[in-house]
Each structure stands twice: as C-alpha cells, then as structure tokens.
Design a protein around this ligand. Structure first.
Ligand code: HEM
Length: 360
C-alpha cells in the first residue's frame, strides 16, 4: 500500500453552482417529507423513514493500531457505548418484499475531540452507512438530476415500488456519464434482498480521518458473517420480524474498518461514485462492534429511535469531518429533515448522553 495522503483543506473543491443546487435539493426533499407527513398525519425521516430496529451495543477500539489508523475517536484503545438504527432507504414506508438499499446508522456515545458544531447538544459521533459501497449519484449535480427523474416515477407507485430495477435502468442511461463505474446506479437502487445483519455497510462518502482521509465500513464477523447472502422470507415487516427473532436469543458482531486514501486522483473525495480500490488500500479493522441479545420489538424503543433521535453525518468531531459535495449538502439536508420532523410531530430534539437515556 502507498502512503496515506495527508488531510488538507484543499482536498475539497466547491462544485459549480453548488450552493444553489444544494438549496434546491433540500427544498425538494422538505416538500416531499411534508407531503408524506400530511398523508400519514405523522412526520418521518426524509430518507430512511422505515426503521427495523434500534439496538444498543459497544464499540471497542483495538489496541496497537498503526498511527495512520489510530486517529480521531480511534486514537486510543477503549470502549464506547453505541446505538445502531437499522433502516430501509426510501423516505416513505414500503413493504420489505421490495428490495431496497438498507441503512445502518451508528451513534458512538460520549467521544472526545473538538466538535464540528460546538453549539450543538451532546458529544456523540454519528456514522451513517448503507449496504452499497458507492453512491451512484456521487456529486450534488448528479444527485439533483436523479431526484427529478425518480420523482416522476414516484407518482406511479406500482412502477416505483415493484419496478425498481426498471426505474434504475432508465435513470442510469440518462444520468450516468463520465467514467462512473458501470452499473453503480443499478446497484444503488435495485439492491439485494438479504438478511440485514449479514450485510456490509459503507459510508460511501469520504471522511477526514485525523491526519488522513478515509471511507469507513462495518462488516459482519464470526457467526454473524454466516448470515451473509441469506434470503429474507416474509412480507411487509419481514426485516423487523427477523431481527426480533434473532436478538431474542443471539447477538451480532462486526468489525468497523477504515480504508485510507493513498491517491488523490484514484481515491477522490469529491465524487462518491468512485469506488476506492482495495488493491490500493485495504479495509483495516480498527474497532469491534458488539450487539448483545435484546428486545428489538419494544414499542418504546421504536418510538425513541424514530421520533426522538436523529443521526446526522455532521454530528461529530472535526477529526472525522465529512468531505465532498455530497457530504456538504448533507449538512443542510439532515438538519432540515430532522427539524421539520420534530416540529411536525411536536417532539423536542434529543441527543442521548448515555444508554441510560434509551428506553428498554
Ligand atoms: C453519502 C451517502 C449517504 C449515506 C451512506 C446515507 C445514509 C443514511 C442513513 C443510514 C440514514 C438513516 C439515519 C437514521 O437511521 O436516522 C440517512 C438518513 C437521511 N439521509 Fe442519507 N445517506 C447518504 C446520502 C444522503 C444525501 C446525499 C442526502 C440528501 C442530500 C441524504 C439525506 C438524508 C436525510 C434527509 C435523512 C433523514 C435525516 C433525519 O430526518 O433525521 N442522505 N442517510
């Protein structure tokens, strides 16, 4: 592996018209969210609306990490408490029979380090991931084009829901130009339909990793890895039912891995559609995530996770600053979605101090 590049502010480059495009994306999403809230008489997240579980666990940072990896919240060995919200990607709630990208949002509690936004409540580090390594629409410009195309199809629920792959192919033809990996769009929209605990979840976008730059992922280990590729059975609530049954008697283990950028061109921060080749830099485990058996079906837990909590890539420390235009637009998008959701449901924003704040 080559030398990990050093983080510097000039790695990021504001894209043409980025400010306007970002405002338009966020306004568009807020409108969709308000329309869904009107229909349901309850506001959900503007993306990843459907939760499957809110889990409590521990993240143990490994001892003896090489200096380039021992950065930020991983600088010292030790254990953090964590919350994990598992979800499906759309901003509305569909049947689990529809294959959709799945999300894993981690909230690492009470981390040290200078905050990205010191005015914000709490000292937690959120890490948001989905079960696809790249974001097919990896810049704000392409992301905006994709939103427009999908909106047309969303007006036809049967097509949008059952024909995800067909929609993806149409979008792919129109949006995907300029050397993006072929099929990334398809992979991004029509993803697998497997047991969510066996999946590997990726940050897709780049983050600062202290002195360096990284993408982060979480991969199953031990008995949890045996769930990889296992098909799901069931209908509307198949995933939650699977998780309730699993966590009634078993736990799950993962490794949190860091892939450092060793090449500004081949492993860029400004285009989240570019897969970082593991031949250039491997995914190195830096911490172990452990989830013990627990009650996944608890209504109090679900309401807490869905309506009280927020996970936001910009809720964290300077040492893990999100990088690139797709990450910059998320600064506006998550604040807008979370604020509108809490306002419409008349629930105060809440950031947990410890696992004692989490209902059983
Ligand atoms: C870089 C790739 C991305 C990943 C890995 C990702 C992942 C996630 C995940 C896992 C969640 C669920 C969080 C939870 O459980 O509370 C989420 C929520 C959300 N995402 Fe993303 N996302 C990405 C890109 C984007 C982009 C580009 C936008 C918009 C411009 C966006 C907008 C949202 C919004 C609005 C929410 C709901 C926030 C809330 O109301 O609390 N995401 N995302």
């Amino acid at each position: 592996m080559g030398q990990a590049i050093r983080y510097s502010d000039d790695l990021e480059q504001v894209q043409p018209d980025e400010e306007r495009i970002s405002q338009e994306i966020v306004a568009h999403m807020a409108e969709q969210q308000a329309a869904h809230a009107l229909r349901h008489r309850h506001a959900h997240r503007d993306a990843h609306a459907k939760s499957h579980a809110l889990l409590a666990g521990r993240l143990a940072v490994h001892e003896g990490l090489p200096p380039a990896y021992a950065q930020g919240i991983f600088a010292e060995p030790g254990t953090y408490d964590v919350l994990v919200r598992l979800s499906s990607a759309p901003g509305d709630i569909h049947s689990d029979e529809v294959p959709e990208p799945r999300g894993m949002a981690l909230k690492v509690l009470d981390v040290p380090g200078e905050r990205l936004d010191p005015s914000r409540d709490g000292c937690n580090q959120d890490l948001l991931m989905v079960n696809i390594p790249v974001l097919a629409f990896g810049t704000v410009t392409r992301y905006q084009q994709m939103l427009g195309l999908l909106e047309k199809n969303a007006a036809q629920p049967a097509l949008a829901q059952r024909g995800v792959a067909a929609v993806a192919r149409t979008v792919e033809k129109i949006v995907e130009r300029g050397g993006r990996p072929p099929g990334a769009t398809l992979a991004g929209l029509a993803s697998t339909h497997h047991h969510p605990l066996g999946e590997t979840y990726h940050s897709q976008g780049a983050l600062r990793h202290g002195d360096h730059v990284a993408k982060v992922s979480v991969a199953p280990t031990g008995a949890t890895a045996e769930l990889t590729g296992r098909s799901l059975s069931g209908d509307f609530d198949a995933i939650r039912e699977t998780l309730v049954e699993h966590f009634a008697t078993a736990g799950a283990t993962y490794e949190l891995r860091v892939q450092l950028s060793t090449d500004r061109e081949a492993m860029p921060v400004e285009d989240a559609a570019v897969a970082w080749d593991p031949e250039l830099a491997p995914h190195v485990p830096v911490a172990t995530l452990e989830l013990e058996p627990q009650d996944v079906g608890s209504p109090a837990r679900q309401v807490y996770g869905d309506d009280h909590l927020s996970f936001d890539p910009w809720n964290g420390v300077v040492a893990h600053r999100p990088l690139g235009s797709i990450m910059r637009v998320r600064r506006l998008a998550y604040a807008s979605s979370s604020q509108q959701r809490h306002r419409l449901n008349d629930i105060p924003m809440h950031e947990p101090r410890s696992l004692a704040d989490v209902p059983r």
